[in-house]
Design a binder for this molecule. Structure first.
Ligand SMILES: NC(=O)c1ccc[n+]([C@@H]2O[C@H](COP(=O)([O-])OP(=O)(O)OC[C@H]3O[C@@H](n4cnc5c(N)ncnc54)[C@H](OP(=O)(O)O)[C@@H]3O)[C@@H](O)[C@H]2O)c1
Length: 261
């Protein structure tokens, strides 16, 4: 027999946007299956959500860049009879550097994390949702999905895949009452920038960056309103609309200025 508790599975739940997506879902009465590779942070999230919202929280500490991650998560839910009503593919990483300079392991990890794992999780949990004629999937892409820009060649284009994939999946699952939404955040003040020289305080003050709680709130609202996409913030919407019109010769020139040799 399957449990009657409503579960939301959130990847990358141990920090940033994923932490707040989990909180938003707990607020709406969902029990949470929180996944990331940060055991201690996951336990902190569990204590907070269980105390404040009286929901059940399962934590799964695993590497989502591993080739078998999607099967592992599905098997865990199956074994423990957890019926996932909401799937959130949020885990991500930032890799800066030219394609040929990025180490093999980091390149493989970001492709697995942004492309293969979310696609396979959508497949495996989406299939169950389709059979039940009910469910929600939120895939976290980025406004950089419209930026095939040098030095973020793994990040931006892998988010482009996730955006396109989400659109196609949405059309396929809509007749079965399974709603699929893509969240495209712009710059957000999270630990994604921990290893980079970014003045987060200034970026927040000037409105260049948004807070993760506000991005998560917009994303979850859009999901339950069954919207196709959610781009939090007017500036970010403008970027997504206008960036595709930037001619490639201009990007080429900017790249030459960045790297004069
Ligand atoms: N922050 C932004 O400006 C921004 C803008 C657009 C889109 N996004 C997207 O938003 C999503 C959330 O990012 P965030 O900004 O909230 O950054 P974050 O605070 O660094 O959160 C990323 C989450 O993913 C987890 N994760 C990363 N690699 C993993 C792996 N191999 N296995 C398991 N978990 C892994 C992280 O755990 P660890 O702490 O262990 O790495 C963390 O919980 C990402 O998909 C990101 O691309 C962010």
């Amino acid at each position: 027999m399957t449990s009657t508790v409503k579960y939301a599975l959130v990847t990358g739940a141990s920090s940033g946007i994923g932490w707040h997506l989990s909180t938003e879902l707990a607020k709406r009465g969902y029990s949470i299956i929180a996944v990331s590779n940060q055991k201690e942070e996951l336990h902190k999230l569990r204590s907070e959500l269980e105390a404040v919202y009286q929901v059940t929280v399962h934590t799964i500490d695993t590497d989502l860049a591993h080739v078998d991650a999607a099967n592992e998560l599905f098997n865990y839910c199956d074994r423990n009879r957890l019926e996932v009503e909401v799937l959130v593919n949020n885990a991500g990483m930032l890799v800066f550097g030219e394609v040929v300079d990025v180490e093999h392991e980091r390149a493989a990890a970001i492709l697995q994390l942004h492309i293969t794992t979310p696609a396979l999780l959508s497949r495996i949990f989406g299939k169950k949702m389709k059979e039940r004629r009910h469910g929600y999937i939120l895939n976290v892409s980025s406004i950089s999905a419209v930026m095939p820009y040098p030095t973020i060649s793994y990040y931006g284009p892998s988010k482009t895949f996730l955006r396109s994939f989400t659109r196609a999946l949405r059309t396929e699952l809509k007749p079965f009452n399974v709603h699929v939404t893509c969240l495209l955040p712009g710059a957000t003040a999270t630990s994604l920038y921990n290893n980079f020289d970014v003045n987060v305080a200034l970026a927040l003050r000037t409105g260049v960056m948004k807070r993760p709680e506000s991005v998560a709130h917009s994303g979850v609202n859009a999901l339950f309103k069954k919207r196709s996409e959610c781009i939090p913030g007017t500036m970010n919407k403008l970027v997504v609309w206008l960036f595709p019109f930037v001619p490639s010769f201009l990007i080429h020139w900017i790249n030459l200025l960045r790297k004069p040799n």
